[in-house]
Design a protein. Structure first.
Length: 442
């Protein structure tokens, strides 16, 4: 909350400085302004730049690496915590289903031995001769696998939200940084133009145009500062809590973790869920088949209490299910068809996932080439602007030449920012398609 309040204060100061810039001439035509007003304009410009840079540092101070943000979100987001609780529940349920048959002890006492309806003292232990309880254990393991798949699905969803929000924040940061750089360039051009106007080397209307350029980029900086603040709020929301402070740093591109070849079948949640459903149906079919087999029980009895001589008996008891009216057979048929349905859906989903991965890889490669291309163009445009400004200061180039070079650099940097956003988004989409989590979120 303190960090957010500080950002609000800085943004308010920045807005106030911009209004001070706008009001510097008191409604006068800049061409007719005094040298003192022009000096005030310059000072206002530099104050605006410093306040904007302070706001930028404050926002970036809250930034962390994508991996760290994903790790933080996976620890505190309620959806992930709920999925983990359900996994623990499934593990406990699996242990219960796989437990050995219950040992029973019966004891009682009656006033008449000829009317007793129960055992005076007896021990009963069912024996899992045909694996009926082991089949229940297999069903429990399948439920655990389903819970694990649900947890991974939730983790991947949260990771995708965080990475996309981070990519948007990083793009807003770069866009605002570009606007600040252009505002600085416009201020320097305005200063050079003012000197040439004072030396009667240029008409005063050129100074008016330079002043308007500074005013334009001041408004752009203000707009993009607001966009950056909005992106930071969104990033904070998807992480699930206030972002901790840190040292100022440039946003980092989202890096793709190491991938094993064709490993998506082991980590993609949809495939894991369908595989677990197949296992669960196989366990149900086995349980239905085994239900037609007899139950075996070990029994140990003591003679009634009111019989003088103490006697003990050991007995093995077999109980045969004679006729269940076809219930077990129908359950087995239903389970086998469920297995077939899960297997067919698995193959269909696998084909769809492979197509998603292939498409995502193409997007990653294409966007990476765009980033490389625009990075080279940025260097060329920056060099062109520097040479054009030197020529303008020497009188070899016109103000229009400088403004054209300035616009070219501004456009290329915006396009580079857009290309980096596309690259980050493509990497995040490929990770979702592969079912991969960043190391910090594992």
């Amino acid at each position: 909350m303190i960090a957010n309040r500080a950002k609000e204060v800085e943004l308010g100061r920045f807005t106030g400085k911009r209004r001070a810039f706008r009001d510097t001439f008191g409604g006068q035509n800049p061409v007719n302004a005094s040298e003192e007003s022009i000096s005030n304009l310059r000072r206002s410009f530099f104050r605006i730049s410093l306040q904007a840079l302070a706001l930028g540092s404050l926002a970036v101070a809250s930034g962390q690496t994508p991996s760290a943000l994903v790790g933080k979100a996976l620890k505190i987001r309620e959806g992930v915590r709920s999925a983990r609780a359900l996994l623990v529940s499934a593990q406990a349920q699996a242990s219960a289903l796989g437990a050995y048959p219950t040992t029973r002890l019966e004891t009682g006492f009656g006033s008449r031995s000829d009317l007793q309806g129960g055992e005076d003292l007896a021990l009963f232990q069912p024996i899992d001769l045909f694996g009926k309880y082991r089949a229940g254990m297999a069903s429990g393991r399948a439920q655990v696998a389903q819970a694990e798949a649900a947890l991974r699905q939730e983790e991947l969803s949260v990771q995708q939200e965080v990475l996309m929000a981070y990519a948007q924040w990083a793009s807003a940061y770069r866009n605002r940084k570009n606007a600040l750089a252009q505002l600085d360039i416009a201020g320097q051009v305005q200063k050079a133009t003012s000197k040439r106007v004072e030396a009667k080397a240029l008409p005063e209307i050129q100074l008016e145009r330079a002043n308007l350029e500074v005013e334009k980029f001041s408004q752009v900086v203000e707009d993009r500062s607001a966009a950056l603040e909005t992106a930071l709020i969104k990033l904070t929301q998807v992480v699930g809590g206030e972002l901790s402070g840190g040292s100022a740093a440039e946003p980092q591109p989202i890096q793709l973790p190491e991938m094993m070849v064709d490993a998506f079948e082991k980590v993609r949640p949809e495939l894991l869920t369908l595989a677990s459903q197949t296992k669960s149906s196989l366990a149900d079919a086995k349980t239905a088949r085994l239900s037609k087999l007899p139950d075996l029980e070990f029994q140990a009895r003591r003679s009634p209490w009111n019989i003088g001589s103490e006697q003990f008996e050991i007995r093995l008891q077999l109980v045969f299910p004679l006729w269940d009216h076809g219930a077990a057979r129908q359950r087995e048929i239903a389970a086998k068809n469920q297995v077939l349905a899960s297997q067919l859906e698995y193959e269909d989903t696998k084909k769809r996932v492979m197509t998603e991965i292939k498409s995502a890889k193409i997007q990653v490669e294409t966007s990476a080439r765009s980033v490389t291309s625009y990075t080279k163009l940025e260097k060329g445009a920056d060099d062109l602007l520097k040479r054009t400004r030197r020529g303008y200061e020497l009188g070899a180039n016109s103000l229009l030449d400088v403004l054209d070079a300035e616009k070219a650099l501004y456009d290329v940097r915006d396009q580079l920012s857009s290309a980096q956003l596309d690259s980050d988004s493509a990497v995040a989409s490929l990770m979702a398609a592969e079912g991969l989590l960043l190391e910090a979120g594992r």
